[in-house]
Design a protein around this ligand. Structure first.
Ligand code: 0A1
Ligand code: ZN
Length: 851
């Protein structure tokens, strides 16, 4: 394995030599790109007297090195270049390097690489060191001037255009930035152009750059961008600060998108959309990610992170902001439910297993392994809690202070919390534990009703996590409302602040014993351990005024049904079914909400819930139980389905808005249930009649789920053969809906195809990611899927370690299962660890998972 050196937060030291300005010249060529860098240093004797100058650099061929024009003879090592202090002048100096790199062979997609003939870069977190020798750390912020020389027609970099001619273009970025925000793009691209007038009246040119032919699929992303720009002005008072804002869509990209200053680079699946090719979920994701990257311009770029341990400073806040934005654009209730579902599926899972780490980790081997659900999504939850604790007005004041105080700086979580302390007068010492301690707290509840006083006693339990066996109590905002027995709210939502291990709260002046609605809006990222009768859950599902808890009551009921079935219960009891029949026909409820309520708990989610309760999940039993549950629901709803489908049929032109999307979601949920009873007749008709991707894919999934759909799959594949993004869906849907004993075989068949371009991360994820997302198929007893995943990780690792490492998290849950499965997974982890030449990325992940 590549050497595993651990980096510690405690070892942070400021950089020795302040850097003011950077001039870069790129002479692009696929095999041999030349990069000339002129780094303008300004020595500061107070900072680190007598220090050597260390530059990071990896995989570079050094051609030339000169200090103030005088050639230097220094030999680089594997990770960079050191200039001895004795060589360095006391006055400002310019260090010039020329290196050669080969973008065409760069399959790791980090640094400068090529995708379909186009040059592009990915520098976060530590990719810039693969482009030139540089202090590649976020606290070194400098102004960049870039010259690109190439015959390609479109040459882009950060900042504002600073001249162009045949074969060259120059860009100047007036805002100091760390190297991870550098970007360059060169290619035969076409733009969807537009413009935006900022609140203070500045005109900004907007462009979305794509391959010729894709322009017609950019309108939604452009619209989302303009709405994001306006929203950030109106809600956070943040204006855009350059003359141009460019977005480029790239087919080969490891992540979703990247917020490079003035030049955001996107995975093409998060830009390109048309009704025929993108689902409603795609549209929603595009809107959210466009907003996310745009919002980084202030939370991430203008104020960046001092070091990579502070990653949540930009990511948690920016996710929180994009969630607020999506809520404002669509429905807050639906958005909150979706976000909590995603948090539980990914972050709770991470927190429960060997990869658990604090929102601000204090050590890492490979930083790319820490772009996690904990840093992003739990990081956002922590900000949501802070806002709930201090209130909206104080939150707004604190944010204004944050921007005023830290603009142009590389900040820390301590800086962030200090802003809140100064703005609100609160002591956030205890709150800080949310950043430094891993694990999902569990909350137990005791109720008492006596002499007209209702008391709630809350107790927090903090599970041990790797390296953190014991924890002190956290501050937990618990939003509570009380209903009286006829469903009226007698206590509107109030936020209880749990600060001790165990604490009681009293409510007086109540005429009768209330029904409590606890953790409204999911006010804290905790597990609520509360035994509630099915009748009380059904009551909350019918009457709670808090939409999240209403959904949550239904979800809890459903999970109990599923757990009982998996444990051998012969039938589905009436409580949940009757509640669903009522809910789904309640036209006062948003169809999107009803669709979410109808969705059965996922098998992985259920397995996690069982494991957390000390029970061993049986993947096969869970799968069968979930199918029986779906059949029972379909039976109970049978009389209502035709009417509901009629009422949710969209007649007018397609729109990706939330109202239409909600109707389609409910319509297609009904179609899925109906196909369990009609042999797929309705789904076949729906597939044939579909005029948009949401409906086509839903019909196809409904058919595959009942073991049918081959002709439709073939027709879909023939129609979309030439479309990479749609074909990703074709690959994925087959794996997701394969029967447990057919999943590995399906993957083997698909990966043998010529169009399984496994070096493309989207294609790899669409098959290998889907393999682990098919819970019963992945955990099929013979271990074939485990072997297959490990084989593919080992194959991908030498080419693209980052994506291999991310996909390896499929193994993080092994401790949940029986000893047979545990043994099989551990053997695969051991096989991975024993492989020579393993990357630092996959090596670190496998070692942490193997424990
Ligand atoms: N900062 C980006 C995500 C991102 C992170 C790392 C990458 O390469 C390792 C690429 C993109 C965001 O939050 O959108
Ligand atoms: Zn981000």
């Amino acid at each position: 394995m590549t050497q595993q050196t651990t980096v510690y937060l405690a070892d942070y030291r400021p950089y020795s030599h302040p850097l003011d300005r950077v001039e870069l010249t790129f002479r692009l060529a696929p095999q041999a790109t030349r990069v000339v860098a002129r780094l303008h240093f300004r020595p500061d004797p107070a900072r680190s007297p007598g220090a050597d100058l260390r530059l990071d650099g990896e995989g570079l061929r050094l051609i030339r090195l000169a200090l103030d024009g005088t050639p230097l003879d220094c030999q680089p090592d594997d990770t960079g270049l050191t200039l001895p202090a004795a060589l360095l002048p006391a006055d400002p100096f310019v260090l010039e390097t020329e290196v050669e790199i080969a973008p065409v062979g760069n399959t790791a997609l980090e640094g400068l690489y090529m995708s379909n003939g186009m040059y592009c870069t990915q520098c976060e977190a530590e990719g810039f060191r693969k482009i030139t020798y540089y202090p590649d750390r976020p606290d070194v912020m400098a102004r960049f001037h870039v010259r690109i020389e190439s015959d390609l027609p479109v040459l882009l970099s950060n900042g504002n255009p600073a001249g162009q001619g045949p074969g060259w273009a120059e860009w100047d970025d007036p805002w100091p930035k760390p190297a991870y925000l550098f970007a360059l793009v060169a290619g035969e691209l076409v733009a969807l152009p537009d413009h935006f007038l900022t609140a203070s009246g500045r005109e900004v040119a907007l462009n979305i750059w794509v391959r010729a032919g894709d322009e017609s699929r950019c309108a939604y992303a452009m619209d989302a961008l303009k709405r994001s720009m306006r929203w950030d002005e109106q809600v956070y008072g943040r204006e855009y600060d350059l003359d141009v804002f460019n977005i480029v869509a790239v087919d080969d990209f490891n992540m979703g998108a990247m917020e490079n200053k003035g030049l955001n680079i996107f995975n093409s699946k998060l830009v390109l959309a048309s009704p025929e090719t993108a689902t409603d979920t795609d549209y929603e994701r595009i809107e959210a990610v466009i907003a996310h990257e745009y919002f980084h311009n202030w939370t991430g770029n203008r104020i960046t992170c001092r070091d990579w341990f502070q990653l949540c400073l930009k990511e948690g806040l920016t996710v929180f902001r994009d969630q607020q934005f999506s809520g404002d654009m669509r429905s807050h209730a639906v958005k909150r439910i979706e976000d909590v579902q995603a948090l539980r599926a990914r972050q709770f899972r991470e927190d429960q297993g060997p990869l658990a780490h604090p929102v601000r980790p204090d050590s890492f081997v490979e930083i790319n392994n820490f772009y996690t659900a904990t840093v992003y999504e739990k990081g956002a939850e922590v900000i949501g809690m802070l806002k709930r604790l201090v209130g909206d007005a104080e939150y707004a004041r604190a944010l204004d202070l944050y921007f005023a105080r830290h603009d142009g700086e590389a900040a820390t979580i301590e800086d962030w919390l200090k802003v809140f302390e100064d703005a609100t007068g609160r002591d956030l010492g205890q709150f800080k534990r949310w950043y430094t301690e891993a694990g999902t707290p569990r909350l137990t509840v005791e109720e008492e009703w006596k002499d007209g006083i209702y008391s709630l006693t809350l107790e927090q339990h903090l599970p041990p996590t790797p390296g953190q066996p014991v924890k002190a109590p956290k501050v937990i905002p618990v939003a509570v409302g009380l209903l009286n027995p006829n469903g009226d709210e007698v206590q509107p939502t109030t936020v209880l602040e749990l600060t001790e291990t165990r604490q009681s709260f009293r409510f007086e002046g109540l005429a009768s014993r209330p029904v409590a609605s606890i953790l409204r809006g999911f006010s804290a990222p905790v597990v609520l351990d509360r035994a509630v009768s099915a009748a009380e859950r059904a009551f909350l599902l019918a009457h709670d005024t808090d939409p999240f808890n209403r959904w949550e009551a239904g979800r809890a009921l459903a999970k109990e049904v599923l757990a009982d079935l998996a444990a051998g219960a012969p039938t589905v009891g009436p409580d949940w079914l009757e509640a669903m029949v009522r809910l789904v026909q309640d036209d006062s409820l948003d169809p999107a909400f009803r669709a979410l309520a109808l969705r059965l708990p996922g098998e992985d989610d259920m397995a996690a819930t069982l494991a957390a309760a000390g029970k061993q999940p049986d993947p096969a039993a869970l799968h069968t139980a979930r199918r029986r549950m779906a059949a029972a629901l379909a039976g109970a709803l049978a009389p209502a389905l035709p009417g509901l489908m009629e009422a949710t049929q969209i007649t007018g032109a397609f729109s990706p808005d939330a109202v239409q999307a909600g109707k389609r979601a409910l319509h297609n949920a009904c179609l899925g249930l109906l196909s369990l009873r009609d042999g797929g007749a309705a789904a076949e008709a729906a597939f044939a009649a579909a005029t948009n991707m949401t409906d086509s894919l839903a019909a196809l999934a409904a058919l595959l789920e009942i073991g049918r759909g081959q002709p439709q799959l073939d027709a879909f594949g023939a129609r979309w053969r030439g479309d990479r993004l749609v074909m990703d869906k074709w690959f994925m849907v087959q794996v997701l809906h394969a029967a447990p004993d057919q999943t590995a075989r399906t993957v083997e068949r698909l990966t043998a195809r010529a169009d399984f371009d496994w070096k493309n991360p989207n294609r790899f994820r669409s098959v290998i990611g889907a393999l682990s997302a098919n819970h019963a198929g992945f955990h099929y007893q013979d271990g074939a899927s485990y072997r297959l995943l490990a084989d593919w990780l080992l194959r991908l690792d030498p080419k693209n370690p980052q994506t291999a490492a991310r996909m390896s998290t499929a193994f993080e849950t092994w401790r949940r299962y029986d000893s047979g499965r545990q043994g099989l997974i551990r053997a695969e982890l051991a096989r991975i660890l024993a492989t020579s030449g393993l990357s630092r990325d996959l090596g670190e992940m496998a070692a942490r998972m193997a424990g």
